[in-house]
Design a protein around this ligand. Structure first.
Ligand code: ADP
Length: 745
């Protein structure tokens, strides 16, 4: 099949200038964006030309805009096929909030809503209509299609058509007849994850004619990937969640039972968490989805390979309590983080035990379903890729990119545990390995991991007594190491091939040649342990907060939540986090200034402009912050593009000067910045470097006074502190002390 593949960033096509202006005008009007991202232009032009296309872009890459724009520019109605009601609902809510005429026909609407939409469709009032694949080809839906015929069909999550993909849906197969039934309409497939094999399958299944194939890089530079040995999953999950207090987090577990127990433990620690899995009734699941979208719930604990409906663009962290069974799953699940282009963290808690559990599960269920051997082997091979991803000390971004057939040309991603140099080796790993292996020898290779660990930590169990293992020389040999940490190390030895495991129902640990080489001291062993230092902030995270007043950002989030509640829509429909951060940086006090913020289109300006400018002005007055500071009068870059850019030189210079203890006025003069901006740099310096003392900027006496009041009233709001100190200590000083107290505790 012939098609032209366009890879990566093509230069803008000059000949399309007039059309491009029209496209940009539409993008500005509805969404308030002033530029297109790589490949969006090509994808939109394919839509406008009604030339079949397949667009592969990572989650958060901006696929939706590619099919939102063409019917709006061409003033026609396109049909979007989408696999889930919740995905359709979010899209339609988001589009309507921008004033874009769209509707969705699905089982979740009332008869009256259905009738209204049908009338709207007959009047060709909508630019986009969303529908599920099984409904698309039904007679009742077909009768509603525009009389002049449909211009284009959009197939969202197109990988669902391929059973080589990870989310095969039989009902998608019916889409193969689209081209036959509507020979004049173009068909456009969109997907985030597609290996070359899935891609070829999509083209074939959809019977695309001479399609444009646009393949963006699969890399998500705004995500930080970490793989951490799992030793105490609830404790480890909690530790990461605390780094994201008040932010959206998804935790993935393998079993339904695990989702319930992890959610309950988190809840017990005061986290707003709920479980989410396929075994729950639809109503309960919907309530959880809605609460998460409305920001009334911070953490959802879901089963792996489930939760496509768990959608929120500002998920700042995705945790895997256990390893997923393929890189495709991992990529899609972590893909739900940072869809707004802002920084997000993905941590996978790994034990080789997961790979073993998955393998026996895959084999067992395949046998029960009488699947052919090649299907089982393909699934096991996918599993092995995932396992290698976890156990290899190789850049995670590179590893993922190469898996999806991309080249990765950076030497240091600066956004994974390996490149950030966070992977911490176990001290004396070889000695510990020798102790473990000799214990396996002492128990005659007749026991599994649990018992060997019991012997090594010197546990007094029934089994130990029954076999008289308390008399072994290895009994209690590693008693200083916690049981769970030691268990993880045993699995690491299995992962490294230094220890074997039998195939029985109760697998026994067995020695191999490599084990003996370690015991004889001929082979060094390297094992890893969870990092003991606090995780560092990445450049991406620092850059995305540059110049942003965090207090104002939090305040605007509250305002957003209130509006979302009033209107019964997900919070991110009101404004995305990227837009709120931009507001907290530019601090617009007027409609004109607000219009310059990325993400504020005509409808939202009219609808929400007054409320937001009033809130921003009020907050700035209360906190003595400059409105529309002059240094911030330019838009920052689109975060999806800016992540690659270095921190601004000025800011770096400021942080260096503060490290030397220079005063705010001094630094402001040297860098020719306004004092308010310079002060913001000092706040960021305190945040980033956590200096022991800030005596260079606040004298000890004043510090103590502010700290004493903050101790009583908290550090979130500055006004109460200001008032309690009889307005004698300036806001700036209070802000510095408050931030310092926050980072030092
Ligand atoms: P995908 O469908 O590929 O997962 P989305 O279409 O949801 O991605 O886009 C991800 C985010 O990027 C959204 O917050 C969207 O508003 C934003 N976005 C998309 N295109 C642009 C653009 N050209 N400029 C700025 N932001 C954009």
């Amino acid at each position: 099949m012939g098609f032209n593949v366009i890879l990566g960033d093509m230069d803008s096509v000059q000949t399309n200038r007039p059309r491009l202006d029209q496209i940009l005008e539409t993008v500005r009007r509805y969404w308030g964006f002033d530029a297109l991202r790589p490949l969006q232009e090509e994808a939109i032009l394919a839509g406008l030309d009604r030339r079949d296309s397949l667009v592969v872009m990572p989650t958060g890459g901006g696929k939706s805009l590619c099919y939102h724009v063409p019917p709006a520019v061409a003033q026609r109605t396109d049909i979007v096929v989408s696999p889930l009601i919740s995905l359709m609902k979010d899209q339609v809510d988001g589009l309507q909030a921008c004033g874009y005429p769209a509707a969705a026909l699905h089982g979740g609407i009332t008869p009256q809503e259905r009738r209204d939409i049908e009338v709207g469709m007959r009047a060709e009032r909508y630019r986009l209509v969303f529908v599920a694949p099984e409904r698309l080809l039904s007679g009742s839906f077909l009768s509603l299609l525009p009389r002049g015929g449909v211009g284009a069909f959009v197939i969202d999550e197109a990988h669902c058509i391929s059973h080589w993909g990870h989310d095969f849906r039989p009902e998608y197969r019916r889409l193969a007849t689209l081209k036959e039934r509507f020979p004049t309409a173009s068909v456009h497939g969109f997907t985030a994850t597609a290996t070359p094999r899935v891609r070829a399958d999509i083209l074939e299944q959809l019977r695309l004619t001479d399609p444009t194939v646009l393949v963006g890089s699969s890399d998500r530079p705004n995500l930080v990937y970490r793989v951490v040995p799992r030793v105490d999953v609830v404790g480890q999950v909690l530790e990461v969640i605390r780094r994201h207090a008040g932010e959206a987090v998804i935790v993935y577990c393998i079993s339904r039972k695990d989702t319930e127990s992890v959610a309950m433990s988190l809840h017990g620690h005061g986290v707003r968490a709920r479980a989410y899995h396929a075994g729950m009734d639809a109503d309960k699941r919907r309530r959880t989805q809605d609460a998460f979208a409305a920001e009334q719930l911070d953490v959802v604990v879901a089963t792996v390979a489930f939760g496509m409906g768990i959608d929120r663009s500002n998920v700042r962290c995705v945790l895997h309590a256990a390893m997923p069974k393929s890189i495709e799953h991992y990529h899609q699940e972590t893909g739900r983080a940072g869809r707004d282009g802002l920084e997000a963290e993905c941590v996978l808690f790994y034990s080789a035990a997961d790979a073993m559990k998955w393998e026996s599960l895959i084999r067992r269920s395949a046998e029960e379903a009488h699947q052919p051997g090649e299907v089982i082997e393909a699934a096991v091979e996918k599993l092995m890729h995932m396992r290698r991803f976890c156990s290899a000390a190789q850049c995670r971004h590179r590893n993922l990119s190469e898996y999806f057939g991309d080249t990765y040309d950076r030497t240091d991603c600066k956004a994974c545990d390996v490149c950030l140099d966070e992977v911490e080796g176990v001290a004396d790993a070889t000695v510990t390995a020798q102790k473990i292996l000799s214990c396996v020898a002492r128990v005659d290779e007749r026991f599994g991991v649990g018992h060997v660990v019991d012997v090594l930590v010197g546990a007094d169990t029934e089994m130990v007594r029954r076999w008289g293992h308390q008399g072994l020389s290895t009994y209690g040999l590693v008693k200083e190491t916690p049981r769970k940490a030691l268990t993880n190390m045993v699995y690491q030895l299995v992962d490294l091939g230094l220890l074997g495991r039998s195939d029985d129902e109760w697998p026994k640990l067995q020695l191999n040649e490599a084990s003996w080489a370690v015991m004889r001291g001929e082979r060094e062993v390297r094992m890893v342990q969870p990092q003991t230092k606090a995780a560092r902030k990445t450049d991406i995270e620092e850059a995305s907060w540059e110049g942003v007043d965090q207090g104002l950002f939090e305040h605007l989030r509250t305002v957003r939540r209130e509006i979302a509640e009033e209107r019964g829509v997900p919070a991110f429909i009101v404004f995305g986090d990227a837009t709120l951060r931009e507001m907290a940086r530019l601090r617009p006090g007027s409609r004109d200034a607000l219009r310059r913020v990325r993400g504020v289109g005509d409808r939202k300006l009219a609808d929400l402009g007054e409320r937001f400018t009033a809130e921003i002005t009020g907050y700035c007055r209360e906190h003595d912050l400059e409105i529309e500071p002059e240094e911030c009068d330019t838009r920052s870059d689109d975060p999806a593009i800016a992540v690659d850019k270095k921190l601004s030189r000025v800011r770096e210079a400021a942080l260096e000067l503060f490290a030397q203890g220079r005063s705010v006025s001094d630094v402001a003069a040297e860098l020719q910045r306004a004092p308010s901006t310079t002060l913001q740099y000092l706040v960021e310096y305190i945040q980033a470097k956590r200096p022991e003392s800030i005596e260079a900027w606040v004298d000890q006496d004043t510090y103590r006074k502010v700290a004493a009041v903050a101790d009583e009233v908290g550090t979130r709001r500055l006004r109460p502190i200001f008032e309690r100190l009889n307005e004698a200590v300036p806001y700036d000083t209070i802000r510095l002390v408050a931030r310092h107290l926050e980072v030092r505790t």
